[in-house]
Design a protein around this ligand. Structure first.
Ligand code: ATP
Length: 316
């Protein structure tokens, strides 16, 4: 079978690992591979490269995606979907692996609805995809955030400050949640746990009366203006507060061992599924077992509340 692979949406550490595993595992089973550069934009603009065993050399430790990625909202237009299908079919390609977030899954759905065989792999640091406990890149980004929190704690303790740390996640608080637990934060503000600024300030006043020396607040992006909140805390409680927006450093870096294992398992699993005649599905991992669900089920469902939220209040 001729199989193409593309990465789309935000880059995530582990995308290269999944590509490498699919290609190397697939070649051993007699398949041929193409990489599509720049996501759906490259699919429409015929930007294909051949992928062989040797081309996969050295990419296991590389963050980002060597196939590059792009935002290309025009992929929902019928004429672009037609072009993409023509480009795939003119090469005799029968299957496509799409690695990306839920937006990329919607792009993949357009192709599968037209009868093309597509399998998706969850690649995003946000961990915001239904039907998988974890997405590729999430654990690497988490390690980056926890490392930053440890460093910020050192300076917060020394200066007896309150430190606000804004992390990525879009509308999903998982990165903040896992970071708060791993980094020992006192407060967590996420879309699923939107505690009010006033209640945080009241508790910080109490912390001060109790002679607590520092505090860490982890906040998911787009929820509050963290710099203004730091000023408000400084004015209203006795805690001097500073905010740090971690930003794009969370996207980069060499994939963690956990993401390398996950990417390797998911990449090889995509080939197993094609071989079993299973397609138009999204791969996930649940309780350490690889699973798959129809792509339209995955894009139309919301993740349930993470049970780890129960622990946050108990250990802060
Ligand atoms: P991340 O969560 O990391 O941002 P994502 O895959 O959700 O990743 P998006 O920018 O939402 O990122 O989507 C990536 C690409 O998928 C888009 O630029 C576009 O090419 C395609 N895409 C997204 N939504 C659709 C849609 N409704 N129809 C067709 N294509 C889409």
């Amino acid at each position: 079978m001729k199989i193409a692979i593309l990465t789309s949406g935000g880059d995530a550490p582990g995308m290269n690992v999944a590509i490498r595993a699919a290609v190397r595992y697939g070649i051993k089973k007699g398949h041929e591979f193409y990489g599509v550069q720049n996501g759906f934009y490259g699919l429409v603009n015929n930007d294909f490269i051949e992928l062989d065993h040797k081309r996969m050399s050295g990419i296991i430790s590389m963050g980002g995606t060597f196939l590059r990625t792009a935002r290309f909202p025009e992929f929902s237009q019928e004429e672009n979907i037609d072009k993409a299908l023509q480009n795939l079919e003119s090469r005799g390609i029968e299957g496509l692996i799409v690695i990306g977030g839920d937006g990329s899954y919607r792009g993949a759905l357009h192709l599968s609805r037209r009868g093309f065989k597509v399998i998706t792999i969850p690649g995003t640091i946000d961990n915001d995809i239904y039907g998988t406990d974890h997405t590729l890149g999430f654990h690497t980004a988490l390690d980056t955030v926890v490392d930053a929190m440890d460093k910020l704690r050192d300076t917060s303790v020394s200066h007896q400050r309150c430190s606000i740390i804004e992390v990525m996640g879009r509308t999903c608080g998982d990165l903040a949640l896992y970071a708060a637990l791993s980094g020992g934060a006192e407060f967590l503000v996420t879309p699923e746990n939107p505690i009010s600024k006033e209640s945080i300030i009241e508790r910080l006043k109490q912390y001060k009366r109790d002679d607590r020396t520092h505090a860490i607040i982890v906040v998911t992006e787009n929820m509050i203006n963290v710099h203004e909140f730091a000023k408000e805390i400084t004015e209203k409680s006795k805690f001097t507060s500073v905010a740090t927006v971690l930003g794009y450093i969370q996207r980069g870096g060499s994939p963690s061992a956990q993401d390398r294992i996950l990417g390797t398992r998911m990449g090889a699993f995509a080939i197993d599924l094609f071989e079993q005649g299973i397609d138009n599905v999204a791969i996930g991992i649940e309780n350490d077992r690889l699973i798959y669900l129809p792509i339209d089920i995955v894009v139309s469902n919301k993740r349930r509340l993470n049970p780890l939220y129960k622990l946050v209040a108990e250990v802060s």
